[in-house]
Structure formats: structure tokens, C-alpha cells
Design a protein around this ligand. Structure first.
Ligand code: F6R
Length: 612
């Protein structure tokens, strides 16, 4: 994970670097730091905690440095301490490095470097890079720039793992070097200054001219020039792309948290996503109906919340299109032998489009010759650039670390994709398609009704927020919603929360039930209503307090023992996940708020998980 930004230009670099770090803080917020070159020396300032802590520390700094690199960290190797914060320096304090990624062979390299006399100050994997570079540059007395490029290429061959680096050297005070291997790094080009960054948000305020680096590129930024070199030190041609500058400055609209704002945006984001699909439904996912018709298997891949969207869509595709479908965790997919299947459509779901496990799974699927489609929320993201085609959900920036509006937009997109596959292979006729689309189009209004009922959900949160353990039960399409609701609650409250397929509890989990354990039963009046009632009664018999997430019809048939009820609109069972999760997102939000948690940036997490 981690975010990196570099600036070189005519102005004081500190403001540019801090602004960049604030936009990249979603990638990690364990510590932040920057290194500047001033009077041919490196000036290093770092601080544990969020970028604000670094900014406070910098308030007394007087500098006119016009070149610097900066970093916001999500700790992988070593605790969040000052020593482990980036940038890292070599022994002579002449080279500074910031790094996003993981160096897998760092222990071997560290041992060799220590034997050569290098002194390490941190527990990080990153520090080996700067000492390796120091070693390469130790005998260089001239042609500093050229030798630095060559040395970066040499160390690129020694390092194993995935990484993006920014490097400054006091002997080359007018350049920043950047390189990347399987981690994002791009250049923002402007008239009299240039940027490196993990993503465009760090510099989009200043420039919309972007250069994407390929793996093993070594880029040299000066204030008024950009050069790229390949792994053999040959200068290479590059393309500048103009990106959409209209990226909203994300604000909370006067609300206390981004998460609440994003939950409340869902009637609009789901509607905007549906509208965007309906503009050209037959081609919304970039594959024409003839190609979709021949699809014999569907593979749905994602991580965390995106994986839960995949699990829901498995039910839809098998129901509407009768095509065998697997939902896979990206982190598992990469490291197992995959049976080669013909005519496989592989769908990659990712809000950020940068999740390293999903990128790796996508690369593997492409090697297998599968058709690949991505469902992403971020334009120009890595996944969207690798997949054969990308459908972009229309959520706008999702800032809260806990994903909400991206999930419901992913579900709406996957529902449409399921219909499309069913239409292409004639499992659905035109009438079916029209009916399903109409039902989907009604969903935003029902989401709005849930949001209007927020007070009653808050009331239930007030009743239970002191509990430390929660259980969520669902069946069929709502089993993944039980998993997602538990994930939401645990990530922002830090309490134990587990989701189960309701039919499974008697096979073990029921042992967890104690007097007053809150158990959420997702039970619309549908094909599994009676089964959900059975499961609810089984846990009530053992002392649980059951809270029903039900629809109006289900509410009328509810047993008196279930007092706490969140009642949503009647909707077909297959679409109910999109509604049920909104209610449960609100519950998680209010429990976290009542417990005084840092809702938008929960401990230990980062928005974009760019390390495997
Ligand atoms: C949970 C959450 C994560 C992400 C996961 C994948 O609220 O946000 O579980 O869903 O890290 O991220 P993306 O969708 O960016 O690939």
C-alpha cells in the first residue's frame, strides 16, 4: 500500500508534497514523511500518525527547497514508528527513497549489506533499497545522473517483489528518479514542474497531463523535462495522456463522516450506474452479445467487499443465465492451479482498480486466454488498463475506507451483466429482460426509503452498541450480505462480527450464542423466509436477541419473539441484497459512531490495498 509523491519545479515543494499526501492518505495513514534537497543536502522530516501530524511538525520549518519526495505509510515490515517511516536514507545520508510495495528478498539482501558494513536504522524491507543503491554509487565520481540511472537498473534486477520508488540523491540536486515493478507510479507533467505519484489525485489540481510508467521503466524528472529509460538504459518514447480534470474535490457535504455521506448517496450512485448501463445495455460490458452467447463459464474475482459482490452475482448468473459461475478470492486465485476452461468470461471487481491481489489474478486470467472484463470505480486505474474492457460504476470518489456506495453500484452492474448473459444465451426472453430491468430501476427509490428510515436503524444501534459480538445470518442471495454486513461492522467498530449461511449455524456456530447475543436475521418474505424463521427461533431458544431485516410482507408474518425489525420495501428476492446491505451499513455506522470510532479511517486499514 502506501502513497508516494514527488515534486520538482520552481516553487517551494512542501505544499505540493503535503497536498499530494493528503489525497493519497487513503492508501495508508500509519505515518508520513518527506525528504527535500537543499544546499546539496538531504533534509528529512517524518512523523508517526496521519499527514496532519507531519504538517504540524513542518509548521516551524523554513525551507525554499524546490525538490522533494514524500510518503504516507501503511505498515508492512515493522511497526509504525519514526524509524520505520519513509523516506529512508543511506549510511551517508546522501540518498533518500520512498517506496510503495514489498521487497520479498529483503532479508537475504539485508544480510549481505550488513556484512559489507551498512548500518540499518529500521525494520523495513525498504531500507535495503537505499543501501543497495549506496553500494552501487559508492565509487561514482562523475556523470552522476547517467550513473544513477544505470544503478537503478542494476538494483531493479536484484530486488524481488512489487514496488514503486522515488529516489533523490544530493549529488543530483535537480532530478527525481522514479521506477516501478507491479505497483502504480505515474508522472504528472506541467509547464514548469513535474510530479511523480501513486495516482492522479495527488497532482490533478495542477495538471491533467499524465504519463503511465511500464514495469522496469526508469523515469528522470527535472523541473522542465521528463525522460524515460528502459531496463537497458536506453531512452524510450512515451505518451502523454490527458485525463479528466473534473475529479470532484471530495467533501463531506457538512456531514460528520464520508461514510455517512456515501451511504446516503446510494440512491443516486445506483441510479447513475443503472442509467449508464441502460444507455447501451447490449454493449455496456464491451463484449458483444455473440461473444457473450458462447460463454460457458463465468469467473468472478475480487477482494473483501468486492468479493462479496461476486458471491451475490454467482446466484444471479446461475439463475438468469444457467451458466456455471465461480466466485473467487483474488488472493487465492493467483496461488492455486486453475483447471483450464474454454470460453470463460473472467470478471474483475474492484472499487479502486489498484488492489494488488486483483491485479495479479487478472494477469493470470489473461495468460489463460480468458476474456476479461473489469468493474471499477476509478478511471485510468491499473485494473481498468489491463482488462480487455471496463465498465465504470458511477459512484464518484469513495473516500471512506469502508466501502458502501461502490458495493451497491457493483451489485447493480453485476445484476445487469447477469441479465445480459441470460439474454445472449436465450435463457431470458425479451419480456424477462424488460421485467428485470424495470425491477432494478425501482431499487434506488427503495434505497431512499431506507435512508429516510435511518432514525429507526439508529434506534436499534443505540440498543445494542455496547455489545462486543454480533452475528449475521442470511441464506441464498442474502448469505453474502450476512458476510458483508459482518465485515462492515468489524472494520469500523473493531468488534467481533461473523456472517453465516443460516443453514450452517447448527453445524457449529450456534455454540457461540450466549444470553443476549445480537443476531441479525436477513429475512424478506421469500423462498427462504420459513427457513430463516427456523434459524431465528433456534438462536432465540438459546438466549439470542434476534433483529430482523425484513420487508413489509415479511413483517406481517413475523413472530412476536422478534421485536427489533428493520423493515424495507417489498422487492423480488434476487434484488433484496442491494437493499438489505444499505440498512446494515447504517447500523454499522451508528454502532461505530456511538462507540466513538474513527469511522472514515479505521485503525490498521487502508483504502487501496496495493500489496499482495
Ligand atoms: C471493505 C473494503 C475492502 C475492499 C477490498 C477491495 O469495506 O473496502 O474489503 O473491498 O480491499 O478493494 P477494491 O474494491 O478497491 O479492489
Amino acid at each position: 500500500m502506501c502513497g508516494i509523491v514527488g515534486y520538482i519545479g520552481n516553487n517551494n515543494s512542501v505544499d505540493y508534497l503535503l497536498n499530494g499526501l493528503k489525497s493519497l492518505e487513503y492508501r495508508g495513514y500509519d505515518s508520513a514523511g518527506l525528504a527535500l534537497i537543499e544546499n546539496n543536502r538531504i533534509n528529512l522530516i517524518k512523523s508517526v500518525g496521519k499527514v496532519q501530524a507531519l504538517e504540524d511538525k513542518l509548521s516551524n520549518l523554513s525551507t525554499s527547497s524546490t525538490i522533494g519526495i514524500a510518503h504516507t505509510r501503511w505498515a508492512t515490515h515493522g511497526k509504525p514508528t519514526d524509524e520505520n517511516s519513509h523516506p529512508h536514507l543511506d549510511c551517508k545520508k546522501e540518498i533518500a527513497i520512498v517506496h510503495n510495495g514489498i521487497i520479498e528478498n529483503y532479508l537475504t539482501l539485508k544480510k549481505e549489506l550488513i556484512e559489507k558494513g551498512h548500518i540499518f536504522k529500521s525494520e523495513t524491507d525498504t531500507e535495503v533499497i537505499v543501501h543497495l543503491l549506496e553500494e552501487e554509487l559508492s565509487n561514482i565520481t562523475n556523470n552522476y545522473e547517467e550513473n544513477l540511472i544505470k544503478s537503478v537498473n542494476i538494483i531493479n534486477k536484484k530486488l524481488k517483489g512489487s514496488y514503486a520508488l522515488n529516489i533523490i540523491w544530493s549529488k543530483t540536486p535537480d532530478i527525481i528518479i522514479g521506477t516501478r515493478i507491479k505497483a502504480p507510479l505515474l508522472i504528472g507533467a506541467y509547464d514548469d514542474c513535474n510530479f511523480f505519484a501513486s495516482d492522479i489525485s495527488a497532482f490533478i489540481k495542477y495538471t491533467d497531463q499524465v504519463i503511465y510508467l511500464d514495469d522496469y521503466d526508469v523515469a528522470v524528472l527535472k523541473k522542465d523535462s521528463i525522460k524515460l529509460y528502459d531496463a537497458n538504459n536506453n531512452e524510450k518514447y512515451f505518451n502523454k495522456i490527458t485525463v479528466d480534470k473534473n475529479v470532484n474535490e471530495a467533501t463531506k457535504n457538512g456531514l460528520e463522516h464520508f461514510m455517512l455521506k456515501e451511504i446516503r448517496e446510494q440512491p443516486h450512485t445506483v441510479m447513475a450506474t443503472i442509467e449508464s448501463i441502460l444507455e447501451n445495455i447490449d454493449n455496456a460490458f464491451g463484449i458483444n452479445l455473440m461473444d457473450i452467447k458462447s460463454v460457458k463459464n463465468v469467473l468472478l474475482i475480487g477482494c473483501g467487499t468486492a468479493y462479496h459482490a461476486a458471491l451475490v452475482a454467482k446466484y444471479w448468473i446461475e439463475e438468469f443465465a444457467g451458466v456455471p459461475t465461480q466466485a473467487e478470492l483474488a488472493s487465492e486465485y493467483k496461488y492455486r492451479k486453475i483447471a483450464q476452461t474454454d470460453e470463460t468470461l473472467a470478471v474483475f471487481i474492484s472499487q479502486s482498480g489498484e488492489t494488488a491481489d486483483t491485479v495479479a489474478a487478472l494477469e493470470k486470467a489473461k495468460l489463460s486466454g480468458f476474456k476479461t472484463v473489469a468493474i471499477c470505480n476509478v478511471y485510468s486505474s491499473t485494473i481498468s488498463r489491463i482488462a480487455d474492457y471496463t465498465f465504470f460504476t458511477k459512484c464518484g470518489p469513495e473516500i471512506s475506507v469502508a466501502s458502501t456506495k461502490a458495493f451497491t453500484a457493483q451489485l447493480a452492474s453485476l445484476f445487469a451483466l447477469s441479465i445480459l448473459i441470460g439474454k445472449a444465451n436465450k435463457s431470458l426472453d425479451d419480456k424477462d429482460v424488460i421485467k428485470l430491468i424495470r425491477e432494478l430501476s425501482l431499487i434506488p427509490k427503495s434505497i431512499e426509503n431506507i435512508i429516510n428510515d435511518e432514525k429507526s436503524i439508529e434506534g436499534i444501534a443505540k440498543k445494542y452498541y455496547t455489545e462486543k459480538s454480533y452475528i449475521f445470518l442470511g441464506r441464498n442471495v442474502n448469505y453474502p450480505i450476512a458476510l458483508e454486513a459482518a465485515l462492515k461492522l468489524k472494520e469500523i467498530t473493531y468488534f467481533q462480527a461473523e456472517g453465516f449461511a443460516a443453514g450452517e449455524i447448527k453445524h457449529g456456530p450456534i455454540a457461540m450464542i450466549e444470553e443476549n447475543t445480537p443476531v441479525f436475521s436477513i429475512m424478506g418474505y421469500d423462498s427462504v423466509y420459513d427457513k430463516m424463521l427456523n434459524a431465528s427461533q433456534e438462536v432465540i431458544a438459546r438466549g439470542a436477541n434476534v433483529i430482523a431485516i425484513t420487508d413489509k410482507e415479511g413483517n406481517q408474518h413475523m413472530i412476536a419473539d422478534i421485536v427489533d425489525r428493520i423493515v424495507i420495501d417489498n422487492t423480488p428476492q434476487y434484488l433484496s441484497p442491494i437493499l438489505n446491505i444499505v440498512a446494515l451499513q447504517l447500523f454499522a455506522y451508528h454502532v461505530a459512531k456511538l462507540n466513538g470510532r474513527e469511522i472514515d479511517q479505521p485503525r490498521n486499514l487502508a483504502k487501496s490495498v496495493t500489496v499482495e
